[in-house]
Write a protein that binds this ligand. Structure first.
Ligand SMILES: O=P(O)(O)OC[C@H]1O[C@H](O)[C@H](O)[C@@H](O)[C@@H]1O
Length: 529
């Protein structure tokens, strides 16, 4: 909560042009290395004095961090520990919740996952029509975005059956995925922490019927991932194919455990272990590095600086890494569901906005779509660039060199901009007089726009793990400093309740109690059905 008191002094330290700050010496303080990656925050307007103050204001972070790792119930509104880090902890670690070491249970489940994944990959577990060729993960939110993002990111390591993801209750999602699949060689994984989510249960039922129409025993080709294992029993899925996790794993933090099963089947248990080890390397760094040299802490401080201090309403995540195409969507849930809050942990109104809007697309595609606004729109958008030194396609390295050049060009362009004089000079000879002025005005770039850049050698499983853990801890640090609970999500409840009450109305029941707009839309839609 201290952070809010520091807001005015921080604002007094803002406004220095980034270019004036950007000396060689600045790199010592405004870059940081961790888990084999390098983060550059020097192209921001955070001054040395502002960083000192931000670090002072982060003084609660180490205590809360240690409480999180120690299994204390820091998710206070739900009375739960927050221990996704236990899913990637060393096998001999000891992490206690309610007096019990949770690590042996995590390891036991991991071992079962590995055995199952290997059996599928080696053909020892097969469908009723032969070896498993396709895996369909049915889940939504945290039970979809993590594995879907990671399976795509790690395509070069994918040597198992094809993986598909069905999330939307829109029947189109299921229909488009199922088309072309053979039920007799498909494994359906029902992924749901609660095992009550209506979208997932509806899709799972449809998948079951699809399977039952073709094979004798649909349950034999179903697996379930859930922390509500008692509910999985209703589906007749044998316990050997039910992989559980505890309520101290939040949905959007769950890719490290059973929810990552489809990823493990795709890339194999060894590569999945590397993914975990990358997350663990970031954990070790986060726990050990001093605040001022701590990658997640510095990324969080930059986030708070841009949103709360400078007042920029959004931030863009721009991976120059096509396989990270789903990372922005993944981070939308991670950041916006965690920190999109309006009250403090104690239930008081927050003195200011909490988490910003997070959005993005891979570069270079975004350059040809929305970068116009990033460069010349009136509201600055802090950009978080990321790029690998090497792609996996070594024979296409000339592509990768272009990718790197574009990534660096964008942060440089944002920083330096183009003055009116420079624009005029470029156009001189082509236009003159008033037309020169008019044309030049359109070619001015304000510049002085902030960005951060994360670079890493290559997007391998360990690096992906480190990137995900970096962002998880960034969310944690921002949440602690803002004084909110990053681990509940009450804001998704109202819509779910109303959807339940609207179901019968869509079918034709009396809608007169609804507001005029909803009533009218219902009448129209019912008429068109
Ligand atoms: O895994 P499930 O219990 O099916 O939940 C799936 C998702 O739905 C909810 O609405 C939550 O907002 C998400 O945090 C969660 O990841």
């Amino acid at each position: 909560m201290k952070f809010w008191q520091g807001l005015d002094p921080l604002r007094a330290l803002s406004g220095t042009p980034i270019a004036d700050l950007l000396t060689d010496a600045r790199l010592d303080r405004f870059t940081v290395d961790a888990a084999g990656m390098h983060l550059d925050l020097s192209k921001t307007s955070i001054t040395d004095g502002a960083l000192d103050l931000l670090i002072d204001l982060a003084s609660d972070v180490p205590g809360r961090r240690d409480a999180m790792y120690a299994g204390e119930k820091i998710n206070e509104t739900e009375g739960r520990a927050v221990l996704h880090t236990a899913l990637r902890a060393a096998p001999d670690a000891e992490i206690t919740v309610d007096g019990q070491n949770v690590v042996p249970g995590v390891q036991e489940t991991l071992t079962r996952m590995r055995e199952f994944a290997r059996a599928i990959r080696h053909g020892d577990f097969s469908g009723q029509g032969g070896a498993i060729t396709d895996v369909v993960n049915i889940g939504i939110g945290g039970s979809d975005l993590g594995p879907a993002m990671a399976v795509r990111a790690l395509a070069p390591y994918h040597d198992g059956p094809r993986c598909h993801f069905v999330s939307n209750v829109d029947g189109a999602d299921w229909a488009d995925t199922a088309r072309g699949l053979n039920p007799a060689t498909t494994l359906v994984i029902v992924a749901s922490k609660t095992f009550t989510t209506i979208e997932t249960m509806t899709n799972a039922r449809t998948a079951w019927d699809w399977m039952a129409a073709e094979v004798e025993d649909p349950a034999a080709q179903f697996a379930a991932l859930s922390s509500a294992q008692e509910k999985t029993a209703d589906w007749d899925i044998p316990p050997s194919r039910v992989f559980g996790f505890e309520d101290w794993v939040g949905g959007r933090y769950s890719v490290w455990g059973p929810i990552g099963l489809s990823l493990m089947i795709a890339i194999g248990p060894d590569a999945f272990d590397e993914f975990l080890s990358g997350g663990r390397a970031m954990d070790d760094h986060f726990r050990e590095a001093p605040l001022g040299a701590n990658m997640p802490v510095l990324l969080a401080l930059a986030g708070l600086w841009h949103h709360q201090v400078c007042g920029y309403p959004t931030r863009a995540v721009l991976p120059y890494d096509d396989r990270l195409a789903r990372l922005p969507a993944y981070l939308q849930q991670l950041e916006m569901e965690s920190n999109g809050k309006g009250v403090t942990m104690e239930g008081d109104d927050l003195p200011g906005p909490a988490g910003p809007v997070v959005w993005g697309e891979p570069g270079t595609n975004g350059q040809h779509a929305f970068y116009q606004l990033i460069h010349q729109g009136r509201t600055p958008v802090p950009c978080e660039f990321m790029v690998a030194a090497m792609g996996h396609e070594r024979e296409l390295d000339h592509h990768h060199r272009l990718l790197i050049a574009n990534c660096l060009a964008q942060s440089e362009a944002l920083l330096r901009g183009r003055t009116l004089d420079e624009a005029r000079a470029k156009l001189a000879g082509k236009f003159e007089g008033a037309e020169l002025d008019r044309q030049a005005a359109h070619r001015v770039f304000q510049g002085d726009r902030p960005s951060t850049t994360l670079v890493y050698p290559c997007l391998d499983p360990a690096t992906l793990g480190a990137i995900v853990a970096l962002y998880e801890h960034r969310v944690f640090v921002e949440g602690v400093m803002l004084g909110i609970n990053s681990y509940d999500q009450w804001g998704v409840e109202l819509g779910k309740e109303l959807a339940t009450s609207l179901g019968p109305l869509v079918e034709g029941e009396d809608a007169s109690a609804k507001d005029p707009s909803t009533r009218n839309l219902l009448t129209l839609l019912r008429g068109w059905r």
